[in-house]
Design a binder for this molecule. Structure first.
Ligand SMILES: NC(=O)c1ccc[n+]([C@@H]2O[C@H](COP(=O)([O-])OP(=O)(O)OC[C@H]3O[C@@H](n4cnc5c(N)ncnc54)[C@H](OP(=O)(O)O)[C@@H]3O)[C@@H](O)[C@H]2O)c1
Length: 446
């Protein structure tokens, strides 16, 4: 999904910096790669047709129909819907009054307001879910700040993933029934007490998971599966560098690497996360020596990486999972072994900390963003890949395959670090935005 801040900010900032001379012949990594969901791979060219610009355009055209699912009731729509009473279908006049977070336009987090509206009964082929928990993602923050090019342009509701109970099903829906516990994905709009969605984006919620755990699963698990398995091609015994390892994505990355029997080095932004990580994972998989607290920018980081590699007795990383980028990109790339893959899926050091973006700071960071020379990559025999899973929202078969792949890894239940009542979504977003959270941040509903 297109969550990563570099790609989001790129769109907004590209106009600002168009007056700045580009370094010709170089690829600005992550920003453009992530935006187009393409990869630059010298070792193995993994960008398939589905990830091409043409495909992106195709999905853009489909988006209105996806968003239309969460329509609200208008009198005409009421009349147009035909009655279909029955145990597993809903009387079309049974619209539900729901609570939903909404803003007239992106720009400021505080513009998001909790309102009520009427949600129509699910149409044919749709399912209505009474939402019990909503998982937060960086995309939510960037959507609110107006820095996310994939988000709706006008009135919007953030939120990509949720868990809840099936409250009603429309005609021709057989895969779920009323009362089923489900987890699901939606292309925005999840900050709501009720949703109408396609069953294609629902999965059964494991019986031993809480709703909060279920809402913490889909986005980050799929993101890390795609990064480590599809692009990173991580194999048993390989060495993987995982940035922001205490966060939601980082936790899944560590879980996947553990199951794949890969060796890991983890980075975090602050000292307090180190003990938390060792306690959670156990020192036999992740010891203190395998955790780097990033500080002092790229130069010191390079030395920190060298020290860790020497402790591990390996000459370089086979794969790097990077959502920090910025000053930390090049030291990482330089620490790849030959044949190594650097997978960029975000750039959290672009995250604005306030209620709205500071454009000067963003422009400065954007000008200084990492760039990489494909010719150099060829002689280095290293790859840089980038993606945004949101552009795969329509690739249901692929998602199915990834979900199955995840299931076969038998991961632990997602780690929920922080829960907030639904009514405190703004507090949750502001806490999330600090980067000090561990595990997943989740909104819970009664
Ligand atoms: N491409 C995709 O499809 C996709 C999908 C999902 C998420 N993402 C990206 O993955 C990253 C992690 O997302 P997540 O949902 O899993 O969140 P998360 O891990 O819970 O938190 C992200 C982490 O980013 C780190 N960070 C570094 N600098 C930061 C800053 N200036 N402000 C805030 N945080 C900062 C923090 O950890 P440390 O300080 O410990 O490093 C923070 O815990 C985000 O960049 C997000 O955009 C991308």
């Amino acid at each position: 999904m297109r969550f990563q801040s570099l790609s989001m900010t790129h769109v907004c900032l590209s106009s600002i910096v168009s007056v700045v001379p580009c370094r010709r012949g170089y690829i600005p990594i992550a920003s453009q790669l992530g935006r187009q969901n393409r990869n630059v791979a010298t070792r193995n060219q993994r960008g398939d047709n589905e990830l091409s610009g043409a495909w992106n355009e195709k999905i853009e055209r489909r988006v209105p129909s996806l968003n239309a699912r969460n329509r609200t009731v208008c009198p005409q729509a009421h009349q147009e819907l035909h009655m279909n009473a029955g145990l597993q279908t809903m009387d079309v006049n049974n619209s539900v009054t729901r609570q939903i977070w909404r803003s007239d336009k992106p720009g400021k987090i505080s513009d998001l307001k909790l309102v009520t509206d009427e949600l129509a009964a699910p149409a044919a082929g749709e399912v209505q879910v009474a939402v019990k928990a909503v998982g937060l993602n960086f995309a939510d923050v960037f959507t609110c700040l107006g820095l996310y090019s994939a988000s709706p342009k006008g009135v919007y509701t953030p939120g990509l993933e949720f868990a809840g109970v099936v409250a009603a099903v429309g005609e021709n829906v057989e895969s779920v029934k009323v009362g089923d516990r489900v987890l699901g994905l939606t292309r925005f709009g999840a900050y709501a007490s009720h949703l109408n969605v396609s069953p294609k984006y629902l999965r059964p919620c494991p019986s031993d998971w809480s709703y909060a755990e279920a809402a913490a699963y889909s986005v980050q698990a799929l993101t890390m599966f795609y990064a480590l398995r599809e692009l990173g091609n991580v194999q048993e015994g390989q060495t993987v560098l995982i940035h922001s390892a205490a966060g939601g994505c980082g936790t899944f990355a560590l879980g996947i690497c553990k199951q794949l029997k890969a060796k890991v080095v983890a980075t975090v932004g602050s000292e307090d996360k180190v003990k938390y990580l060792v306690d959670y994972w156990g020192a036999d998989f992740l010891s203190y020596e395998q955790i780097i607290v990033r500080k002092g920018g790229g130069k010191i980081f390079k030395d920190q990486l060298a020290a860790n590699l020497s402790t591990l007795g390996v000459d370089g990383f086979d794969c790097i999972i990077d959502a920090v980028a910025g000053d930390y990109f090049h030291p990482g790339y330089e620490s790849l072994t030959r044949g190594g893959r650097h997978v960029v899926y975000g750039a959290s050091n672009f995250t604005p900390t306030g209620d709205k973006p500071n454009w000067l700071t963003l422009a400065w960071k954007y000008i200084r963003r990492p760039v990489i020379d494909p010719m150099q990559m060829m002689s280095d025999n290293k790859s840089v890949m980038a993606f945004n899973l949101i552009w795969m929202f329509d690739k249901v078969e692929k998602m199915e395959r990834f979900f199955e792949g995840l299931q076969s890894l038998n991961l632990r239940a997602p780690l929920v670090g922080h829960t907030f009542p639904f009514s405190k979504a703004l507090d949750a977003l502001r806490t999330f935005q600090t980067g000090k959270t561990t595990g997943k941040v989740v909104l819970v509903l009664d």
